[in-house]
Design a protein around this ligand. Sequence first.
Ligand SMILES: [Zn+2]
Ligand SMILES: [Zn+2]
Length: 383
Amino acid sequence: MEGFTTPDKPVDIAQVFPELAGLERTTVRLHPRQDAVTVRDSSLGGPLLWPAEEAWPVCTVDHPDERPLTSPEGKRLQRRREEILEEKRNYEYTGPHPLDGEYAELETSIRELRRVEFADDPAASLPMAPIAQFYARDIPELPFPDGTDVCQVLWCPTDHEPHYGPRPLVRWRNSADVTEIRAATEPDREFSDEESLPSPCRIWPERVTEYPHADDLPSAELRARIAEWEKGTEWTYYEHLSAAPGSKVGGWISWVQYPHWPECGRGHRMDHLLTVSSTESGGWQSWMPLEEQATTTFVKQVWYQLVDGGSSGTTIGLDEEFDATEMTYWGAVAPETVRERVVPEDRSGSGRLDLMLGDVGDVYVFVCAVCPDRPVGVEFQCC
Ligand SMILES: [Zn+2]
Ligand SMILES: [Zn+2]
């Protein structure tokens, strides 16, 4: 296997909309596939080059926990929170509730107290899991601080308040400094979210050009013209022509929901470091590697409306023809309503990361490339 090749785009969108010139970015698609990987390899979900003298990281931050606090102060805070909730229950929305601010402060105080009260609880302290390791020789595009050549990403494999998603940690190191290696602490299978623990994958970096997600475009007017253009083609800007789906480094983000670019504590807008995705699927004509297309079975999806109302559909072989004159189980087909689409038969993505982040979600990890200590941010989005 030599790697993966993203097909050429069905349309050169920058030809259609010259305003897109200058907005293109290069992303590194990672194309993860399960394989044996070592601490000396770049990988997703593989073992990390971790120095023996450094403790394995453990996360103790705000894992959701419904158990009530037991200290007098904790009980008081919880009572007050209940009172506010009761008031808000009967509130007819005319803008933010006057007690919203107090409520947010209470939540923070309760979280802080919970850290103290449940400090010895195993569910409150979880070993972090290896998510990614990138050597500069494979992905030189990363903002390696001076003197480092490995970027390591871990996350705590469960939800975190208040944003409900895995919490990442990024380490930059010099591989030459690591002589004795520490093996990863096994994840706590009882309190971790199994679907946030990836299977070890080798990566096959490939550089591709992307354009921004529609909501990252500089003007609503351009967005509207692109939407208008889509009506006359079988391609959609989001699925086929903008940002690459799947796990990748740098470039634009194929937001599952809406753009949210975090800022570091000093007010710099952070860069996209890494997307870890539940799925590698996007518009297959644009994003399914040619090597994979060659071994994939394609089928035809057929949709139609029925003469007596309602609609239905079926799947047929690529060389079959749908006969609109034949009676279906649900009744006669209105022939002029038949629509067909060629799709890959199996999109289960087995043999990849085996992650299911929420409902087919993505975790976006951000880094400030200006601040020398490279602060990170995270955003979790799912359907
Ligand atoms: Zn955690
Ligand atoms: Zn910064």
